[in-house]
Design a protein around this ligand. Structure first.
Ligand SMILES: C[S@@+](CC[C@H](N)C(=O)[O-])C[C@H]1O[C@@H](n2cnc3c(N)ncnc32)[C@H](O)[C@@H]1O
Ligand SMILES: O=S(=O)(c1ccc2c(c1)CN[C@@H](CF)C2)N1CCSCC1
Length: 265
């Protein structure tokens, strides 16, 4: 079995509920200080969209998983948002949230925080409904395929987001670079890419699943983006405090990148 096939096999045990519990609920999800990692992540995304540089018809999210926080600041700037994931269990979690079904994860602390930091007085239920309306497609994806979503998109995405996916599904640095090149084919030239990921992480837990992560440094991420034809506009890192190292992973930090796909001359 190839190392990429082995990664796919390991994800068959991925438990969305456990993943959300481990990463997006207290004590790890702490909003009490702007210095906490979740407010930091949400601020990076809000500030990028607040520049007004990132807008268009379609935004695609690569490896959405069971989460929607990464789309909260995007939904004011695009007509249509496409979520993607490798696992049907995650795509179903997203469908349930879009349809406002019972027993879905409560993202309201995240939505309220984003409305607060965006400072436009938007009511959190308005933003929640707006995202539900714009999240129009939830597609299967495999970033290790040259055509990650199967057939090419009807039109290339105007912008792309991806959070904690590429490094978490790549067995090594070369696969990480190739996956980045593959997903870049979904983005139009000149399109903006907001990438968030784990620094120097080697594993994480999601219920019975123990997933391998390729440890990447800031330099590795910058090199991969440059090789895929991006200009880096902003690169920030967050060092994980010891208090947030609770055994569900060995993440050492989080990076945020705002990059732009350069037109091929
Ligand atoms: C660590 S989770 C990230 C989830 C979410 N984006 C977040 O910010 O928490 C990684 C995600 O990548 C998905 N995945 C696994 N293999 C993949 C592949 N080959 N291509 C695309 N996504 C994949 C998993 O199903 C999982 O939802
Ligand atoms: O937002 S995080 O930085 C975060 C959020 C998600 C993940 C990680 C970290 C690290 N492991 C990733 C596996 F790919 C998933 N965060 C970690 C600290 S507490 C709140 C959640």
């Amino acid at each position: 079995m190839s190392s990429i096939a082995a990664v796919g096999e390991s994800y068959q045990k991925f438990n969305p509920r456990a993943y959300l519990q481990n990463n997006y609920m207290p004590p790890r999800a702490d909003f009490t200080s702007e210095d906490c990692v979740v407010p930091w992540k949400l601020r990076c995304l809000a500030e990028a969209f607040a520049t007004g540089e990132i807008h268009g018809h379609t935004l695609i999210d690569i490896g959405s998983g069971p989460t929607i926080y990464q789309l909260l600041s995007a939904c004011d700037h695009f007509e249509e948002i496409i979520a993607t994931d490798y696992l049907e269990v995650n795509r179903e979690v997203l469908r349930q949230w879009v349809q406002d079904k019972m027993d879905v994860f409560d993202w309201s602390p995240y939505i309220k925080h984003v409305c607060k930091i965006e400072g436009r007085g938007e009511q959190w239920k308005e933003k929640e409904q707006k995202l539900r309306e714009k999240l129009r497609q939830i597609l299967p994806i495999d970033v290790h395929q040259p055509n990650p979503v199967g057939s090419p998109l009807r039109q290339l995405a105007d912008a792309m987001v991806s959070t904690f996916c590429l490094e978490a599904v790549s067995p090594d640095r070369l696969s990480f670079e190739r996956a980045l090149k593959n997903v870049t084919s979904l983005l139009k030239p000149g399109g903006h890419f907001l990438l968030i990921g784990a620094l120097e992480e080697s594993f994480y837990l999601a219920g019975e699943a123990k997933l391998s992560v390729v440890p990447v440094s800031e330099a590795d991420v910058k090199e991969a983006l440059t090789k895929s034809g991006y200009k880096i506009h902003d690169f920030r890192s967050y060092i994980m405090p010891p208090s947030l190292k609770i055994g569900v992973d060995d993440v050492n930090g989080v990076f945020f990148v705002h990059a732009q796909k350069q037109p091929v001359v």
